[in-house]
Write a protein that binds this ligand. Structure first.
Ligand SMILES: *Cc1c(COP(=O)(O)O)cnc(C)c1O
Length: 382
């Protein structure tokens, strides 16, 4: 038996203000979907990000699904997508019957490589089969290099969906992540930097498109006195109770970013002297929210593997995880096309083999973090 309470990778961290909004929803009987919390949550998130509109939905994945459908993605279409990401970025491509083509990371930010993206566009042009959209992920809360990436996408006239599910509160050149594509997406899943227990947000300056997304997200009900449907829809709307949690969480978003960045600095200062230990770099063009602290182990300098550290932490009742397994390595996507940053080496593969995510919750105490640090140090140096 382990006497220490479990340290989770990224647990929810309530502000205490959520209850006020939830109680309001309950006492006013606004427990059904829609209601004042949903509207207020959408307005506040749009204002925070600096976009014209936002649509609250049941998950980040649902928001990506709606975004891709708004861009006209359908059966047999090609969609480019970051490979080093969570499955939620890519599953919506399959929902629409489209074909994902995966793009490698570049080593400086770990986000989509402009070099690999350029190769993919050249290939698509030669085939005469251009992608309908590009899904660009802000990995672990760090912005992708949007000047370089949008420059390429704009040259080919292909719209971008920014999957900022992990990057709420992060910036690129002073502007909020989630605002760089035609559509942007946040997730409020339980382990994200702020949470509603589960939910997502679709952002855009195109309020007409968001109206259409709202129509689809509420079962595509035609304007008729009876239930009439001319298009296929979904039940994707966020409920008013859930939005109340979001309103409470939003008041502490900036605190949560500061706390996660502090967690990162403590890990870095405590571990970076160990030969072979590295961390996800922060690109100079923006500020990452450091949703998760990701550590790397250089196999040329240490024989310790990420899995050995993860297992040692688990033995101490501490949760850690490998870096996302790249999409092009997933059995689900066997046979899908993949473009790497370098001709002979895939950056995403190397990051998957050498990286691990350390507990990074904003509610983790310094004492708890010391427990994590001690185990990591012991395993690598023993
Ligand atoms: C969490 C996440 C999603 C999906 O969000 P859900 O709200 O869980 O559906 C999509 N993309 C990335 C990169 C994520 O981390």
């Amino acid at each position: 038996m382990n006497k220490h309470p479990r340290i989770f990778l990224s647990p929810p961290h309530m502000s205490g203000r959520e209850e006020v909004y939830i109680k309001e929803a309950l006492t006013s009987n606004w427990v059904a979907p829609l209601g004042p919390n949903v509207t207020a949550f959408e307005k506040e998130v749009a204002a925070y990000a600096g976009v014209k509109g936002a649509l609250a939905v049941s998950s980040g994945t649902a928001a990506i699904h709606l975004a891709l459908r708004l861009l006209g993605v359908g059966q047999g279409d090609i969609v480019f997508c970051s490979s080093l990401t969570f499955i939620g970025s890519a599953n919506p491509i399959l929902y629409l019957g489209a074909i994902p083509v995966f793009i490698d990371s570049e080593p400086d930010s770990w986000n989509m490589s402009p070099v690999a993206l350029g190769k993919a566009f050249t290939w698509a042009q030669e085939k005469g089969n251009m992608p309908k959209a590009v899904v660009i992920v802000d990995l672990y809360g760090q912005s992708a290099d949007f000047d370089a990436l949008l420059n390429i996408c704009n040259r080919y006239g292909v719209p971008v969906v920014e999957d900022a599910a992990e990057a709420m509160g992060s910036t690129y050149k002073g502007k909020a992540c989630g605002t760089f594509g035609k559509f942007g997406v946040y997730s409020f899943n339980g382990n994200k930097i702020i949470t509603t227990s589960g939910g997502g947000m679709l952002l855009s300056d195109d309020v007409e498109a968001l109206e259409k997304a709202l129509f689809w997200a509420t079962q595509a009900r035609d304007k008729a006195p009876w239930y009439q449907h001319s298009e296929m829809g979904y039940n994707y709307r966020m409920s008013n109770v859930v939005a109340g949690i979001g309103l409470g969480q939003l008041t502490v978003l900036d605190d949560r970013v500061r706390a996660r960045r502090k967690v990162f600095v403590r890990y870095k200062e405590a571990l970076e002297d160990i030969p072979g230990v590295g961390f996800m770099p922060e690109a100079s063009y923006g500020q990452a929210n450091r949703w998760l602290t990701v550590m790397t182990l250089d196999p040329n300098q240490t024989s310790t593997t990420p899995m050995q550290i993860i297992e040692a932490l688990e033995a101490e009742n501490i949760e850690a995880r490998p870096v996302w397994k790249p999409m092009h390595l997933q059995p689900l996507f066997a046979g899908c096309k993949y473009f790497s940053h370098e001709d002979k080496e895939s950056v995403a593969d190397r990051l998957f083999e050498t990286g691990l995510c350390l507990p990074s919750g904003s509610s983790m105490t310094e004492k708890e973090q010391q427990r994590v640090i001690q185990v990591v140090r012991r395993i690598i140096t023993s």
